[in-house]
Write a protein that binds this ligand. Structure first.
Ligand code: AMP
Length: 246
């Protein structure tokens, strides 16, 4: 912040001098003392305003397929008035709308494999850009690879609004499988049959699981015991968010 203020002040003084505002030596001396002080103050107040405006609650919900991310995401988004960015929902919409992206994605998603990082990043870039004044973003099903995590951190870093936490919902494997098969019966999702479910777990264990370590190293990983009722899990998430939100 100090560096930014220093250079901003320096640049502004050069502009003022170039415009020929400072004429006499005396004026020059007075201005050289007061201008930087006044400018410094204005810039400082503006920066504070900027920082305050940018205090977003950006979090990511993480966990294996069937951990209950979607259910919890809806409740978190409502309570904290966040923009819900679910890459899975976005892809399903592209498929339903019959877009070019949707056509490219359909086979991959139906096999239970992950889409390419480029594909997914293109989807979320738009959402971030169109919701700049939001209270924050809840990323659901993203990032799913370390490359995606790095890209996300880079994007949010540029905006000065980094991720505040990766909430990891932890559920035993047998329970996950039971839930997924149950969901297949109820929702009829094309990627919820037994063979595809196996593939989704494989993808999770080979590519996605490393995202948790990536954020552990950054001190942003938060574990939530997910083998409980929806209300209990939600209460634990809220407890955590209350601590990290400001
Ligand atoms: P979900 O609804 O989050 O379980 O996502 C359903 C499917 O969409 C996944 O099995 C992937 O094929 C694809 N998908 C969703 N999010 C991503 C992502 N971040 N990276 C790659 N593929 C994704």
């Amino acid at each position: 912040l100090y560096n930014r203020l220093f250079y901003a002040k320096y640049e502004f003084n050069i502009i003022v001098l170039n415009k020929g505002f400072l004429k006499t030596k005396q004026e020059n001396e007075i201005n050289s003392i007061f201008l930087p002080l006044i400018l410094g103050r204005i810039l400082f107040l503006l920066s504070l305003r900027g920082l305050k405006m940018k205090a977003m609650l950006n979090i990511a919900l993480f966990g294996p397929p069937g951990a209950g991310k979607g259910t919890q995401a809806k409740r978190i988004v409502e309570k904290y008035n966040l923009v819900h960015i679910s890459t899975g929902d976005m892809i399903r919409k592209e498929i339903a709308d019959g877009t070019e992206l949707g056509k490219m994605a359909a086979d991959i998603i139906n096999r239970g494999e992950l889409l390419s990082d480029e594909f997914v990043v293109r989807l979320i870039e738009n959402s971030i850009a169109t919701h700049k004044g939001a209270n924050g973003f809840l990323f659901d099903g993203f990032p799913r690879t370390v490359a995606q995590a790095e890209i996300l951190d880079n994007m949010l870093g540029k905006e000065g609004t980094p991720l505040k936490g990766l909430i990891c919902i932890d559920v035993p494997f047998t329970e996950l499988k039971r839930r997924m098969l149950e969901r297949a019966k109820i929702e009829g999702r094309a990627d919820d049959n037994e063979e595809v479910i196996e593939n989704r777990f494989k993808e999770y264990n080979s590519k996605t699981v490393h995202v948790a370590n990536y954020y552990k190293n950054k001190g942003l990983h938060i574990d939530i015991e997910g083998d409980r009722t929806m209300d209990e899990v939600f209460a634990s998430i809220v407890e955590v968010l209350e601590k990290i939100k400001d």
